[in-house]
Design a protein around this ligand. Structure first.
Ligand code: HMG
Ligand code: MG
Length: 302
């Protein structure tokens, strides 16, 4: 069966904007986040406290976060931020962040490219981050990249993914997000991974799915995950996104395409689709190119 409600974890302001060539002004990012919250998205990932040389597009995290922080009181919007290490955690906690995300890799190649660490060195780097975040009662998400395929290593064995998922759960992560960073997953592979995770004691209720739409499979993969009990789905308004350290990655599943499918299935998301589309059209104007989302294109007159 399918769930009655789905929680959308909106990543456009982070995963989307981290991949833009042009630097988006901080005020524009803040208005984007505000509009996403007003459109009914209950979780809006805001930015990353990473090294500014690694992701210059998000180097304004210190300026941006205080501009949107009030949304958590105003509308109860959750505003998670990415932190790779204790330095990032310090920066996030100093600004009052209450939800953080660490980001691991299922493959050695991407761990090196994205974190300058081996898989296990990266896990060791996250351990004190998760410990200290939990001690502050922060909510901790654990991302896992390259869960299906890797641009350097090819298809990724399910057992390899399960091992790192278990490590993140054992470390104390409240939820995991299974990343198809380069968009190569297909529904059978998604179901095989979810089944293996279930056998390893990682229940679907603790999992989110994070599909990039490189091969046009993101919606099909999402439906496969919902049929398997997953109720948290990552998506990016207008289909913005990619990853600067994985060149073949394109945008995330577009939030509008996801909402269109879920609405058709009678699954509640709390999102006002018209307001969301207006936000993505507004953002596309700021970025100077149309949204790649099919639903945005079908329902806007641009
Ligand atoms: P490193 O070069 O190994 O860093 O990078 P280090 O630990 O050796 O430190 C070097 C210097 O950086 C030090 O300064 C640190 O203080 C400073 P120095 O003492 O030399 O003056 N530094 C920092 N400064 C500010 N904020 C920090 C920070 N950390 C260290 N947090 C590091 C290691 C992890 C820092 C680096 O690799 C990094 O920042 N990586 C981030 C990459 C990233 O953000 N990628 C995109 C997000 S992941 C993604 O998009 C995938 C996802 O969407 C899911 C999917 O699709 O699969 C989540
Ligand atoms: Mg991503």
């Amino acid at each position: 069966g399918l769930p009655a409600t789905v929680r959308i974890h909106e990543v456009g302001a982070r995963d989307g904007l981290q991949n833009e060539k042009a630097t988006v002004p901080t005020e524009v990012k803040a208005e984007f986040i505000r509009r996403l919250a007003e459109a009914g998205l209950s979780t809006v990932e805001a930015t990353s406290f990473v090294h500014p040389k690694w992701v210059p597009q998000l180097a304004d995290a210190e300026q941006l976060f205080p501009l949107v922080r009030d949304l958590s009181d105003l509308s109860g919007t959750a505003l998670p931020v990415l932190v790779p290490n204790e330095r990032g955690l310090d920066r996030a906690l100093a600004l009052g962040a209450t939800r953080i995300a660490v980001f691991a890799s299922a493959t050695e190649s991407f761990a090196k490219a994205n974190l300058n660490r081996t898989v296990d060195e990266a896990l060791a780097m996250f351990e004190p981050v998760v410990d200290r975040a939990k001690a502050q009662r922060a909510h901790v998400r654990g991302y896992l990249s390259m869960c299906f395929g890797d641009p350097w290593e090819g298809p990724v064995p399910v057992t390899q993914v399960v091992r790192v998922c278990r490590a993140l759960v054992d470390m104390g992560c409240d939820e995991l997000s299974l990343g198809d960073t380069i968009g190569v997953a297909t529904p059978g592979h998604v179901q095989a991974l979810l089944a293996a995770l279930g056998e390893a004691g990682v229940p679907a209720a603790a999992l989110g799915v994070h599909f990039h739409d490189t091969y046009g499979q993101a919606l099909a993969n999402t439906l496969a995950a919902l049929q398997h009990g997953v109720t948290t789905v990552d998506a990016s308004a207008g289909g913005l996104g990619g990853c600067p350290y994985a060149k073949s990655a394109t945008g995330n599943l577009a939030t509008e395409d996801l909402v269109w499918m879920l609405r058709g299935l009678g699954i509640d998301t709390g999102v006002d689709l018209d307001r969301l589309i207006a936000t993505s059209v507004w953002m596309a104007d700021r970025l100077g190119r149309p949204s790649p989302s099919r639903t945005v294109r079908a329902l806007s007159h641009k």
